[in-house]
Every structure is written in C-alpha cells, then in structure tokens.
Design a protein around this ligand. Structure first.
Ligand SMILES: [Zn+2]
Length: 365
C-alpha cells in the first residue's frame, strides 16, 4: 500500500484569518477521500519527528533560528529581511515553527520511503515551493520539495522535479540552478501577470546545469487544450533528454478556473492529465500538494490526483455520504469556463511562443 504521510497537527494552523491556505481544504479532502473509500488504498502514517539537519539540507542555520524565534513570539527587528512581515504574504504567527515542521516532516518521511525502495509516497500537505534558503516567500516557510530532492539524490543519480502549480516553482528552481543532477520543470501562469514574477523560458540553469531548468510560462485564460499542448510539446522531451531516475511531483491545483488567485482556466480533468503523465513514467515518485484555494475544487482535484497515482478508478458522482455532496456533486467539471475568443487567441499565441523557444533551444527548428 502507498504510504500517505499526514500530520493532523497541520489542521490547527493558519497564517491569519484572511490567509488563503485554509485548513478546511484539508479537512474536506479527507472527508471526500474517506467517503470514496480511497483511504483504504493508502497506508496513512503520522510522520516521525525530524532532526534540524533535514532543514539544513536547504536552509541556513540563521534562517531556521529566526523561524523558531518568531514562532515563539520573540520580536525580531529585521524580520522583513527573512521574508516575514505582518502585512505581507508571510505574517509570522505563534506556532509557525510547529506548522512548518508538520508539513516538512511528512515530506521528509515520504522521501525516505521512496529513497528506500517504495515506488510512491504522498504528502498532500507539502509542496511549498517558494521558500528560499534564507527567506520565507509566498506562504512557504521551509522548501520541502527541495529537501525531498536532496534525500532522493542519496540513492538516485538524476532526480526530476515537476511542478504543475499555478505559480512558478521558483524556490526549487533557484536552489538547484547550478546542479546538473537535478531537472526542475515548471508550467505556470507567466511572471508578468502573477507572483513570484519569475519563470521565463530563458531561466535555463547555469554552468554545467544549463538546460536543466525548464519553464513554460502561460498567459491568462489558457484553457485545458492549450495547457496540454504546451505541456506535451516540452515536458516529455525535457524528461527524455534528462533521463531521471526518480521524481518529486508538486501538484498545486490552483490553475483551476475557479481558483481566486490566478487567471489560468483549467478544469480538474484538464489539470489531471499532468498527473496521469507523471504516473505513466513508471519511475519512483514523491507526490506533494501545493497551492489551491477554492474549497469546492481542491478536495476533488486532489482526490482525483491521489486516485490516479494509486491506480484507483472512482465514480464521477461524489458519494451521498460526503458532507459537501451538494456543493461538490462531481469530481470533474461538467461546465468548462466560457473564455472570450480574443483572450484565448492571445493565450494561444503566447503558448506557441513558449513552444517555439524550446524547439529552437533543442534545435528542432
Ligand atoms: Zn500556487
């Protein structure tokens, strides 16, 4: 059975009242998975405590100490230097250390399981891809995907990171920007429209690692067909050239058209194709969550993703026993978003520009 690492402690934390990372999304996900009986296919485990050395695989000792101090309520005068501000995306809060450790240790446990021979391990509370070695960013305190990559590298020569979140997976990209043994691939809404402002195709990696950072920025109103066209034209070839032995998969589900943070217009089933493709690779996977802020989309999209990864077919209509059956009647979207033809036209030209960039780079044109 697939290990599913989940520390319920995380449901007790929220950055602030208005913060979009709502614990309810996890509670609803668990309720939906249980209603479907999907939990019977998973070996749910509470992750063990981790040593601080796991954090130091990515983060500086100074930054780790600042997180601990702020979490204990100690005043740190230059907190903004470390990415924390009461008015920004990362307001420090009491218990922040415990909350950040809860998702990080679940990713560490999943990565160790895969390193030690399990073909798939899941931490749906992880995938906080924006954190930098010495800076919190975009609701992310510790960069658990990057820690997972480091753990997998202890056994696997070449590790790939695939990020299908709405936002650019910038933290992971920069952490491995000079490392030729790690491929980072991110498909996202372009930085000229959305946080964190990076993720252009010409961010390629440096030195011997040039070509191991792959970005596919897309325009607002990109729909299922366009997203998949860009994915299919670039991602498989990047993987084929790199030949990874293992994968860290970030499954942020905020590209959905109902998500409040961005402007991509994917359906649940359109986004799921990325997960299906990753599964079809047949290499060991550490699967993580990520963004996703609409309570009627996150539970069903992650239920679909987890069922896909473990190879279980679920009926589209959600069980009547599910507490939100009325608000989430089906897993897939039955009414695709209506997109203005002019917007779609622009999005198509923008996507084609990205595809052409990669074809030129690989000298296919
Ligand atoms: Zn996101």
């Amino acid at each position: 059975m697939t290990p599913f690492f989940y520390d319920a402690v995380i449901e007790q934390y929220q950055f602030s009242e208005s913060h979009p990372l709502k614990p309810q999304r996890l509670m609803l996900l668990r309720a939906l998975m249980e209603a479907y009986g999907l939990t019977a296919h998973l070996d749910r485990q509470t992750p063990p405590a981790i040593d601080e050395s796991e954090l130091r695989r990515v983060h500086t000792p100074e930054y780790i100490e600042v997180v601990r101090q702020l979490s204990a309520g100690a005043p740190i005068l230059d907190a903004h230097r470390w990415g924390f501000s009461p008015y920004g995306d990362n307001p420090p809060f009491v218990g922040m250390w415990e909350a950040a450790l809860a998702y990080t240790r679940a990713t560490v446990a999943a990565a160790y399981a895969v390193r030690d021979g399990v073909p798939l391990a899941i931490n749906i509370t992880g995938g906080l891809h924006h954190a930098l070695p010495n800076r919190a960013s975009g609701f992310c305190v510790f960069n658990d995907p990057a820690i997972a990559v480091h753990i997998l590298r202890e056994r696997f020569e070449r590790v790939a990171y695939l990020d299908i979140d709405l936002h650019h997976g910038d933290g992971v990209q920069w952490i491995f920007y000079h490392d030729a043994s790690v491929l980072t691939v991110s498909i996202h809404e372009g930085g000229r429209w959305l946080f964190p402002g990076t993720g252009e195709a010409n961010e390629l990696g440096e030195g011997a690692a040039e070509g191991t950072s792959v970005n596919i920025p897309l325009a607002p109103y990109t729909d299922d067909a366009l997203w998949w066209q860009a994915f299919e034209a670039v991602v498989p070839r990047a993987f084929e050239r790199f030949q990874p032995d293992a994968l860290v998969l970030q499954m942020g589900c905020d590209p959905h058209y109902l998500d409040p943070l961005g402007h991509l217009c994917l359906t649940a089933q359109g986004w799921l194709r990325g997960v299906q493709w990753a599964k079809s690779l047949g290499i060991p996977i550490v699967a993580l969550g990520g963004g996703g802020y609409n309570l009627t989309t996150v539970p069903r999209m992650w239920t679909l993703a987890i069922a896909t990864l473990v190879g279980v077919d679920l009926p589209d209509e959600t069980p009547e026993s599910f507490i939100w059956h009325d608000r989430i009647p089906t897993l897939t979207d039955h009414e695709p978003p209506a997109i203005d033809p002019a917007d779609l036209h622009f999005a198509r030209r923008y996507a084609e520009t990205q595809i052409t960039f990669w074809q030129r780079y690989w000298r296919l044109l």
